[in-house]
Design a protein around this ligand. Structure first.
Ligand SMILES: Nc1ncnc2c1ncn2[C@@H]1O[C@H](COP(=O)(O)OP(=O)(O)OP(=O)(O)O)[C@@H](O)[C@H]1O
Length: 352
């Protein structure tokens, strides 16, 4: 197995930087996601690691070796694409064995390896089928089996589940993760689905316009977003404008005329303009103003989502807030006046 180290890598298309000085280290055996909106450079970076593209600057290492000049088939990688890219006129077994043949393995050995891979993706018994006889989910399992049959050191997946329906996607997320752990394979996973990245990854890099807005563990990014873009991208954070002021208790954030204490791990600079970023599920609408900190607000709409409600609120200062409240035992009507409370540790303070 091998780590992947991307150091200062850039790539431009027709004068525009698709990937701009990106550095990421993916430790041996870990699962790392590239997350970001469409066009932010995720696929370009994955193709640079795969060797389909050459960086204009920087280096890509797989294990100890710099691979900038190494063609894809010599990089010891397995790849899965959004579109399964199976050969329609070949059987499942031949599709999975294809890469092994390219590596010069004899028929017996490659069929044994291919069967082993099919067992891992729970497709044993379908060796003689053709791709068109399989569902989309099953075809993707075949593509996954093909990518791991040779037991590569590095696994690169580009939105592998985005063509599947939601239920199957969630099932496949945990299967992919289990398989990744079983094989101990170093993995880079491209997705634009924040829930998927949070659920699956040891590490995540959030892309914005070819650059990394922030990288870290799922918890780091969710609880301590570096800025409003990251906070919002990772799950519709509420952003309330404020400014850092000095009071008798030290530095705090003033927003809509109220003082908010920072949690212990925030470093504030006087007069800095900031946002308080609060997750919808961390707003508590159940109480009256009292010991808790928060903002008075009026309910604009209540949407029933099954297990919970989505409540849209407008603060007196004009900020729009979204809260999640349990659907049982919550009686909220449009126009009601409420107090939206939150704990200091649930409000990340992010750059404006
Ligand atoms: N072959 C190409 N020629 C010219 N420009 C390209 C090419 N491939 C990508 N780009 C541009 O590079 C930028 C990054 O694209 P990239 O496909 O890496 O983004 P992405 O984050 O993977 O997006 P998506 O989620 O939509 O696939 C975009 O502005 C895109 O238009």
């Amino acid at each position: 197995m091998a780590s992947v180290e991307i150091a200062g890598v850039s790539k431009q298309y027709a004068g525009a930087w698709a990937v701009d000085r990106v550095s990421i280290t993916v430790p041996d055996g870990s699962f790392f996601s590239l997350l970001g909106p469409s066009g932010s450079g995720k696929t370009t970076l994955l193709r640079l690691v795969a060797g389909f593209l050459r960086p204009d600057a920087g280096t890509v290492r797989i294990g100890p070796a710099i691979v900038n000049e190494v063609p894809p088939h010599k990089r010891d990688i397995g790849m899965v694409f959004q579109q399964y890219a199976l050969f329609p006129h070949q059987t499942v077994l031949d599709n999975v064995a294809f890469g092994l043949e390219m590596r010069g393995m004899g028929r017996k050995a490659r069929e044994a390896k291919a069967r082993e891979a099919l067992e891992m993706v729970r497709m044993a018994g379908r060796e003689r089928a053709y791709p068109k006889e399989l569902s989309g989910g099953q075809q993707q399992r075949i593509a996954i089996a093909r990518s791991i049959a040779a037991r590569p050191a590095v696994w690169l997946l580009d939105e592998p589940l985005s063509a599947l329906d939601r239920k199957l996607r969630i099932e496949m997320q945990s299967e992919l993760r289990s398989l990744q752990k079983l094989l101990g394979i170093t993995t880079i996973y491209v997705t634009h689905d924040q829930e998927e990245a949070l659920a699956m990854s040891d590490g995540i890099a959030i892309f914005r316009d070819g650059r990394i807005a922030q990288q870290g563990s799922a918890e780091d990014l969710y609880e301590r977003p570096a800025d409003g873009f990251v906070a919002d991208f990772l799950g519709s954070a509420n952003l309330i404008e404020g400014v850092v002021a000095r009071g008798p208790q030290g530095l705090h954030v003033v927003a809509e005329g109220e003082a908010f204490r920072p949690s212990a791990d925030h470093i504030l600079r006087e007069n800095e303009r900031v946002h308080l970023a609060i997750r919808p599920e961390r707003l508590d609408l159940s109480g009256a103003p009292g010991a808790a900190q928060g903002l008075p607000a009026r309910v604009e709409s209540v949407l029933y989502l099954g297990s919970d409600l989505r409540v849209v609120l407008r603060t007196r200062g004009g900020a729009l807030l979204v809260a999640r409240a349990p659907s049982r035992g919550t009686a909220l009507a449009e126009g009601a006046e409420v107090f939206a409370a939150f704990k200091p540790e649930d409000a990340a303070i992010v750059a404006h």
